[in-house]
Write a protein that binds this ligand. Structure first.
Ligand code: DP6
Length: 385
C-alpha cells in the first residue's frame, strides 16, 4: 500500500502574478512571469499524507480536521484527474485517502493555498508514482502554489503554449545562494478579505488600464533587472524593485473597477515605517511586499535582522508568544538592541498596537518527504490520526 507524507513551504512573490491568460480557471496560465522566495517549513508549513487504497468507494480529503466536499471543488478534482492520467493504471484505479493540515495559527490569516496545494500535489505525485511535474500539478490547484515546488529563489515562467506545456516554475538559485536573505511577515489585524485573489485579478485584467503595460513591458524589464540583483546579491536593487512592484499591484487594484483594496491603515503605516527607517539608515535595509491581503511581508539581510525586529516592535509592541521565529535566538538578540534615537519615532502619533504575529524565516529548500511515523493517517483504521 502506498503511504506518503510531505511538507511544503509558503512562498512570497517579489514580482507578482496578477492575471490569467487564455486557459482561465482550469489551466491557470499567468499573464506574466513572477518571481518568489521559498520560506523554510519552520515555523509554518502545510503537511499532506496520502494512502492509496481499494477499501473506500470515493477519494476522501480531510482538511484541518474536517472532511471536505471533494467533488464540488473543481480545482481539486482537476488535480486528481491529472495525477491519475499520468500514473500507472494499477495505481490510478485505487482511491486516495488524503489528510492535510496547515500549522499556521488561525490568527495568522496567512494564505495557505500555495503551500497547501503544493503539499497535496507533491504527495499525490509520490503516492501515484505519477510522471506529472509537481509544479505543474500545484499550479492547477492554485497558480502561486507552483513556486512552492522548489526551494530558494523561484521563477514561474508564463510560457506561450495554449495547453500550458511550457508554463512551469523553475529554480533560479537554491537556498544556499544568498543565505543572508531573511523574510519577515507582520500579520496585521484585518477584515476577512471580501475579494479573493482569483476574483481580484480577473477584475483587474478586465478593467485596470495599468495591466497592458504591466504585462507587456514593465514586468519583463523588472524580471531581468531583479534577476541580476539576485545573482549579484545586490540587496539595495532587490529592495527597490520589490517595493515598486508591490506598490504597482496596489495601484492596479486601486484602478480596478470596482476598486479592490486589500491594504488597511496598518498596512500603510508599515509602508511609511519602512521608508522612514531606510531613510534614517541612509540606505535600503528593509523592503516590503503585499499580496492580496493586509499582511506586510519584508525582506532584510541577516546583519540587520535584530535591529529591524527591534525597530518594528518598538512601533508595534508585540508579546513574545506572538513571535514565530525560525531562529528562536532572535528573541534575545533583538532585545539586546538599543534602538537608535533617529529610529524611535518613525510613525509620528500613529497608535502603538501589537502585531497579531511576527513571522521570521530564512530562505527554505522546498517540499520534504517524511517518514511514515510522521503521517497524519492511521493506515489500519483508515482515518485521520
Ligand atoms: C497576490 O495563486 O491565490 O499572491 O491562481 O487564482 O489560485 P489563483 O490565485 P493565487 O494568487 C496569488 C496572487 C498574489 C501574487 C503572487 O503570489 O504572485
Amino acid at each position: 500500500m502506498a503511504h506518503v507524507t510531505v511538507t511544503a513551504p509558503i512562498n512570497i512573490a517579489f514580482i507578482k502574478y496578477w492575471g490569467k491568460r487564455a486557459g482561465g480557471e482550469t489551466l491557470i496560465l499567468p499573464t506574466n512571469d513572477s518571481f518568489s522566495i521559498t520560506l523554510s517549513t519552520e515555523p509554518f508549513r502545510s503537511k499532506t499524507s496520502v494512502v492509496l487504497t481499494d477499501k473506500i468507494a470515493e477519494d476522501e480529503l480531510w482538511l484541518n480536521g474536517k472532511k471536505s466536499d471533494f467533488a464540488s471543488t473543481a480545482r481539486l478534482t482537476n488535480v486528481l484527474e491529472t495525477v491519475r492520467a499520468t500514473s500507472p493504471p494499477e495505481l490510478a484505479k485505487l482511491k486516495a485517502f488524503i489528510v492535510s493540515e496547515n500549522n499556521f495559527p488561525t490568527a495568522a490569516g496567512m494564505a495557505s493555498s500555495a503551500s497547501g496545494y503544493c503539499a497535496l500535489a507533491s504527495a499525490l505525485v509520490r503516492a501515484f508514482q505519477s510522471t506529472a511535474d509537481v509544479s505543474v500539478l500545484s499550479r492547477i490547484g492554485s497558480g502561486s502554489a507552483c513556486r512552492s515546488a522548489y526551494g530558494g529563489f523561484v521563477k514561474w515562467l508564463m510560457g506561450k503554449e495554449e495547453d500550458g506545456s511550457d508554463c512551469r516554475a523553475v529554480q533560479y538559485v537554491d537556498h544556499t545562494h544568498w543565505p543572508e536573505m531573511q523574510v519577515l511577515c507582520a500579520v496585521l489585524k484585518g477584515e476577512q478579505k471580501d475579494v479573493s485573489s482569483t476574483k481580484g485579478m480577473q477584475l483587474s485584467l478586465q478593467t485596470s488600464p495599468m495591466m497592458k503595460d504591466r504585462i507587456e513591458t514593465i514586468v519583463p524589464a523588472r524580471m531581468e533587472e531583479i534577476s541580476k540583483a539576485v545573482t549579484e546579491r545586490n540587496f539595495d536593487k532587490f529592495a527597490e524593485i520589490t517595493m515598486i512592484d508591490s506598490d504597482d499591484l496596489q495601484q492596479v487594484c486601486a484602478t480596478t473597477i470596482p476598486k479592490v483594496q486589500y491594504a488597511t491603515e496598518d498596512s500603510y503605516a508599515m509602508i511609511r515605517l519602512i521608508h522612514a527607517f531606510n531613510k534614517a539608515k541612509g540606505k535600503r535595509v528593509l523592503a516590503y511586499t503585499f499580496d492580496a491581503g493586509a499582511n506586510c511581508f519584508m525582506f532584510t539581510l541577516k546583519e540587520n535582522i535584530a535591529e529591524v525586529i527591534a525597530v518594528l516592535l518598538h512601533h508595534f509592541p508585540t508579546a513574545d508568544e506572538s513571535l514565530c521565529f525560525n531562529d528562536t535566538s532572535l528573541v534575545a538578540s533583538y532585545k539586546a538592541v538599543e534602538v537608535a534615537d533617529n529610529c524611535k519615532d518613525l510613525l509620528g502619533d500613529y497608535p502603538k498596537k501589537p502585531f497579531e504575529l511576527l513571522l521570521h524565516s530564512p530562505v527554505g529548500n522546498g517540499p520534504q518527504s517524511l517518514e511514515v511515523a510522521e503521517s497524519l493517517i492511521d493506515e489500519v483504521a483508515l482515518k485521520p490520526k
